[in-house]
Design a protein around this ligand. Structure first.
Ligand SMILES: Nc1nc2c(ncn2[C@@H]2O[C@H](COP(=O)(O)OP(=O)(O)OP(=O)(O)O)[C@@H](O)[C@H]2O)c(=O)[nH]1
Ligand SMILES: [Mg+2]
Ligand SMILES: [Zn+2]
Length: 357
């Protein structure tokens, strides 16, 4: 099975419309996690069967998990390299999965601008930028995260967590100033329950993603909103640094409709070259960019019609040896990602051993 991504535009919508619950909300598993009327129309207009739609709910170690109407299944990421958690896919009846247009896209850029942007999640309605009030580091990281949330096309909300441990962050809000324009601020405590009802209101029947440093309390809030201890949480160290407990992005259905995506902590907004993140930057960013121009996103780059790599080789713009290296990398990518994940797990275990008193 191959996976072709229709390159739909990112539709920008900054304001949250009212939630209009339908009778079948919650009854149909895909309606419950965001497959709304507009999606049905989009699918039908393309001549595909909306009943076969699936949402990307998890990406890890070279595999994507797709939630369909009745069951979930896994496909090798190699076959759909450009999808992210939150994408909607529909089979086109010709053996390929087509990606529906993205309403929003959370993209992390490197500060140097050298590396390819990293896509984090798609079709998100609300970004909960989570910042623990007892955080002692400066707020520039928070500003970066707010910008990232704003650029996604989703509605950013600033969650100031752990208010039971600190003051309510007036100074921080003053410091943020204009960065907060149009951003609702919710102060929360998982201990006293403050702010949690407002978070439930903001997230019900939406697709929500949590963004923030390790230890900010993202998984704790995820569990509150899920009403279940689905996500592992861990104490922060003496320096206030979190332990990078969450290691992959996963979309989980919310009990009242909607879905929540917990994410690994962002260590520094500067780079994503972080061993605790599930995917590092590609070693062939230029080739990835060139491959974006292939007619088919699942192009095998070996004579497939419309292949941009073939074109570049034929035109003398690309060394055939470099194409060979790139193809070898793509073929080995799944194995490589799995090996790195194993090394990361070992590293994490080692760090946890050292952190233990
Ligand atoms: N006092 C207090 N502690 C909290 C609150 N929310 C979370 N914590 C604690 O903060 C620690 C880190 O919480 P997590 O939910 O694991 O943080 P995270 O953002 O998911 O961290 P990573 O998965 O590492 O990115 C845990 O020990 C939580 O119990 C809160 O509102 N008040
Ligand atoms: Mg977590
Ligand atoms: Zn190609």
């Amino acid at each position: 099975m191959s996976c072709t991504t229709a390159r739909g535009p990112v539709v920008r919508s900054r304001t949250l419309g009212p939630v209009t619950p339908t009778d079948d909300q919650g009854a149909h598993p895909l309606v419950a996690i965001g497959f709304d009327r507009a999606r049905v129309e989009e699918t039908v207009a393309a001549g595909w069967a909306p009943g076969l739609a699936a949402r990307v709910v998890r990406i890890d170690r070279g595999w994507a998990t797709l939630q369909g109407t009745r069951k979930a299944r896994r496909v090798p990421l190699r076959e759909c390299p450009q999808i992210v958690v939150g994408d909607w896919l529909v089979p086109d009846g010709l053996g390929s999965l087509q990606r529906l247009g993205r309403r929003s896209l959370l993209v992390r850029r490197s500060v140097s601008g050298r590396d390819e942007p990293q896509h984090m999640a798609a079709n998100v309605d609300v970004v909960l930028v989570t910042w623990a009030l007892d955080t002692r580091v400066g707020s520039s990281r928070l500003k970066d995260m707010l910008a990232l949330a704003r650029d996604s096309g989703a509605v950013p909300v600033l969650v100031l967590s752990k208010v039971d441990t600190s003051d309510s962050g007036e100074g921080l809000l003053v410091e943020l100033g204009d960065e907060l324009e149009g951003v609702e601020v919710v102060t929360t405590s998982a201990v006293t329950g403050e702010g949690l009802d407002r978070l439930r209101e903001l997230t019900t029947a939406r697709t929500v993603v949590l963004l923030g440093a390790s230890g900010a309390g993202k998984s704790t809030l995820t569990n509150v909103l899920l009403g279940a201890d689905a996500q592992e949480t861990a104490d922060v160290g003496r320096t206030g640094e979190g332990r990078h407990t969450t290691t992959r992005r996963e979309l989980l259905p919310l009990p009242g409709g909607g879905a929540i995506i917990d994410t690994p902590g962002i260590r520094a907004a500067s780079t994503w070259d972080d061993p605790d993140e599930e995917e590092g930057p590609s070693p062939f960013p230029d080739m990835d960019e060139l491959a974006e121009e292939c007619r088919f996103s699942d192009c095998a780059h070996d004579g497939t019609p419309g292949c941009a790599l073939d074109r570049a080789v034929a035109g003398g713009d690309l060394d055939p040896a470099r194409r060979r290296d790139y193809l070898a990398y793509l073929a080995g990518h799944v194995a490589h990602v799995e090996a790195r994940a194993a090394a990361d797990r070992e590293g994490r275990r080692e760090r946890n051993r050292r952190h233990r008193p």
